[in-house]
Design a protein around this ligand. Sequence first.
Ligand code: FAD
Length: 391
Amino acid sequence: MSQALSTDVLIVGGGVAGLWLNARLRQQGYATILLESGALGGGQSLKSQGIIHGGAKYALHGALTGASEAIADMPRRWREALIGSGELDLSGVRVLSEFHYLWSPGTLAGNLTSFFASKAVRGRVDQVKGDALPAALQHPKFKGKVYRLAELVLDVPSLIARLAELAGDSLLAGHDIQPIDEGDEWVGLRVDGREIRAQRIVLSAGEGNAGLLETLGLEQPRQQTRPLHMVMLKSPRLKPLYAHCLGGGPKPRITVTTHPSSDGQWVWYLGGDLAEADGVARSEAEQIAVARKELGNLLPWIDLGDAQWATLRVDRAEPAQSSLVRPDNAFLAEQGRLLVGWPTKLALSPDLSDRVFAALTRDAIQPASHPVAPELPRPPLGEPAWENLLP
Ligand code: FAD
């Protein structure tokens, strides 16, 4: 027999975007149900590098875009939440590094003049030397310049766990989703025999948004995916490093973040240009060989002889844009009761929430009273990829 539930906002997708929005809505007194078909965070969120960008990387393109400005406030908002005085109480979430660094090997530093002159980085970048260098770069053979960015790096598993805690009893594990139509309008979703009606439905299912839109018979908004081929390595010899290493071009040649693995060792997770087009075309073995060579050239003093290596193919899901240009803000589209969003970056989840709140306020959607919901089957927490790939 089907179970009838009602709520103010039904959220589909329990990555960082849906979980953040859910926590904010609950805090404002809205009743919510968040539906997750897999594991919480198990899409892109737990595969991300956890950098809370403030826009510095984007200013590398030279021209200052709206992007740099929109994202500029994100580190402050996250920092406030992390000390328990922001829009959400994220105290207890592990900060892996208070700063992300920009590292220019050898003689490239001259190319950075226009970057440092840009408004996006002014006052938010400091050069560091000697003892202040990241541990992995403290070696007599290290040549180059290192700049500290006012951007932090989070342990995403602990973030997802905290947001799941803030979700209370609103989480629902479910797979089979069908729309409930009334007249010309969707008023809710039928999920595994439950009929859930809501004042608003938000799709925040990352790559899953495309399939959901198809199920609902909608052609817009369209999604694009950007494939990446990330590299990870684990060794007892690794020291933490959080840095974009610059090449000659507008994108970091390699972006290194460091994550704790459950056996107490550090995992280096490598993205940046290495993981993009050419990297995607490489086989796993070729990609590892290229990464090994890059690290060997850049950090020859680090002995990687006993490191374990793996790669991870993952797609970034974003709203479609011409010529696969990276979108710069969180994106939200609306159609009747339905809202569809992609944060485009983990760091921009607060921005996506703001956009949903703006739509609710405009439409005067207030918390309503609903019958008490029965206990719902809860989705599991996802695990970081290295736990399986580097056992
Ligand atoms: P997801 O995390 O993908 O979550 C979507 C959820 O929806 C999943 O849990 C999925 O199981 C669920 N779902 C899918 N279909 C359905 C369905 N039909 N029904 C119910 N549930 C469904 N951003 C940064 O800001 N900083 C970084 O350092 C960074 N690094 C990155 C590195 C990599 C390799 C990648 C891939 C991305 C990175 N990003 C980064 C981007 C960031 O990870 C994403 O923008 C963000 O995690 C997207 O969150 P989301 O909640 O929208 O999607």
